[in-house]
Write a protein that binds this ligand. Structure first.
Ligand code: ATP
Ligand code: MG
Ligand code: MG
Ligand code: MG
Length: 474
């Protein structure tokens, strides 16, 4: 059985043998992009290189990038616990060409790594290409030998040429181009259909690798200017490929997650290792810990509020499993056992991480029980109605520290929804009250690093509903 750490190394070594420079993962806080909440793809640290605005001493690079998708456009928070393949924190393996090789080599490398190095059975792989990308289609078919029926063209069907699934765009402006994705068929016994089919959201066919052919820079008026040199950006989820190699379907069944889930079960005192809440907790300890390692601390705005919301969700899931009192921070030790070797910065800061989490847990623990009572009561009074009123959601937020997404999480478990518009109205009213109560404007500093304060502007985030532009990697 190949462990995640061996897989990571195998990927980097393979691309090193193809003259790629191994580059360290960058921070979860993008250094070069104030519009981006968290690093959500391997290419983020190379954005300016693709644009030709930054130069590196290499034209080929490979990395294992820590990523968070828990805010902005790329938000997988609501998927955690519900799909086999989504995390808020994950590692993205990637290879990059900055004006060096293009489609032919990118496709060759991807296929060779999957089928020669990892020995994945070819018949279980499917690929997609951008609808009119005959070149990529031909490489997959003529050069690699993928049968035509296993090469799916995906394009205009999702709302116009440049918004489709297989045209990767870095937000409204920036580098973009058609992409080609590799999917793995986990078998008939799992619900889901191939990409492009009505059942594609199921978990039978899981996307493992996205190979982007960077060709254009999209400007603000929508025009597509060809990049000086066509480039390549790829991303493969480490946990998804680990699941395949370990012969399991869900990412949550891989070694690393099973160990975290067992540790969490012990801490909250449950024997049911299949509990959805344990998967959520195991996911959340990773994103929360690594955010803190990278300098985010819980707060009421920006990145700090994303962190706070995730901690509170984790604590609520512990509570749901019957846990009274704090537990979440204790999982940092188990996380360190799993990931401390690969991430020395986690090992170094783990006590600090645990104490920040403990403080945050204690603070929420004071109001959690009371808030849950109010929420349960409100739910029991709904009768046939399926929507929790905005005022209730607001009261829970304002008085009991329940972020709206947490209330929504509970609602969803009960097949209910929350009245988001009503909540917003109540929030606006509160903002107006706050504004008239003082002339001094909101402090927009988004996150405080361990040693210093980083300034962010441009978040409309009193409620953490960050309307920031993020990189689109679809
Ligand atoms: P999906 O369609 O499954 O949500 P995606 O198309 O959003 O994935 P990309 O933006 O193409 O994903 O990212 C590249 C790769 O990163 C994916 O092919 C997948 O292996 C991995 N990945 C993306 N999002 C997640 C996540 N939330 N958790 C774990 N791995 C992920
Ligand atoms: Mg996605
Ligand atoms: Mg993709
Ligand atoms: Mg996708």
């Amino acid at each position: 059985m190949m462990k995640s750490s061996e897989l990571r190394q195998s990927f980097l070594s393979y691309f090193e043998s193809k003259q790629h420079q191994i580059v360290e993962s960058s921070s979860l806080i993008p250094g070069n992009d104030p519009t981006l909440l968290f690093t959500n793809a391997g290419m983020v640290q190379f954005k300016d290189v693709f644009l030709g605005e930054d130069q590196r001493p290499y034209t080929r690079a490979t990395s294992s990038q820590r990523c968070v998708r828990a805010g902005g456009k790329h938000n997988d928070l609501e998927n955690v616990g519900y799909t086999a393949r989504h995390h808020t924190f994950f590692e993205m393996l990637g290879n990059f060409s900055f004006g060096d090789y293009f489609k032919k080599e990118a496709i060759t490398y991807a296929w060779e790594f999957l089928t020669d190095v990892l020995k994945l059975p070819k018949e279980k792989l499917l690929v997609t290409v951008y609808a009119d990308d005959d070149e990529a289609f031909d490489f997959w078919h003529d050069m690699i030998g993928v049968p035509k029926e296993k090469i799916i063209r995906i394009g205009d069907n999702k709302g116009g040429r440049f918004q489709s699934d297989n045209f990767w765009a870095m937000g409204d402006t920036g580098p973009c181009g058609p992409c080609s994705e590799v999917f793995y068929d986990h078998g008939e016994h799992i619900w889901g259909g191939p990409p492009g089919s009505p059942e594609e959201d199921g978990d039978r066919f899981i996307e493992i690798w996205n190979v982007v052919f960077m060709q254009f820079n999209r400007s603000a008026d929508g025009t597509m200017v060809p990049l000086p040199k066509p480039s390549v950006d790829t991303g493969m989820g480490l946990e998804r490929i680990a699941a395949i190699l370990q012969g399991v379907h869900s990412n949550y069944e891989i070694d690393l997650f099973q160990n975290l889930i067992k540790a969490a079960a012990k801490l909250v005192g449950t024997d049911d290792l299949s509990a959805q809440s344990l998967r959520v907790i195991a996911d959340h300890i990773r994103s929360c810990s690594f955010m803190i390692v990278d300098g985010v601390i819980p707060s009421n705005e920006g990145r700090g509020y994303v962190l706070r919301r995730i901690v509170r969700r984790a604590v609520r899931h512990g509570n749901k499993l019957g846990k009274k009192g704090v537990f979440f921070h204790k999982l940092v030790d188990a996380l360190d056992l799993e990931m401390g070797d690969a991430y020395p910065e986690l090992r170094k800061l783990k006590d600090r991480v645990a104490s920040i989490l403990l403080k945050e847990e204690e603070q929420f623990a004071k109001t959690l029980d009371q808030g849950m009572k109010i929420l349960e009561e409100a739910i029991s009074q709904l009768g046939d109605k399926k929507i929790i009123p905005g005022e209730t959601v607001f009261k829970l937020y304002d008085t009991f520290g329940f972020p709206a997404d947490l209330t929504n999480d509970v609602a969803r478990e009960n097949s209910l929804e929350i009245d988001e518009a009503g909540f917003e109205v109540a929030m606006d009213a509160q903002r107006a009250r706050a504004r008239s109560a003082s002339n001094f404007s909101m402090d927009m500093s988004g996150s405080v690093t361990l040693d210093s304060v980083t300034e962010f502007t441009g978040y409309d985030d009193l409620a953490g509903q960050c309307e920031v532009e993020t990189i689109l990697v679809d």
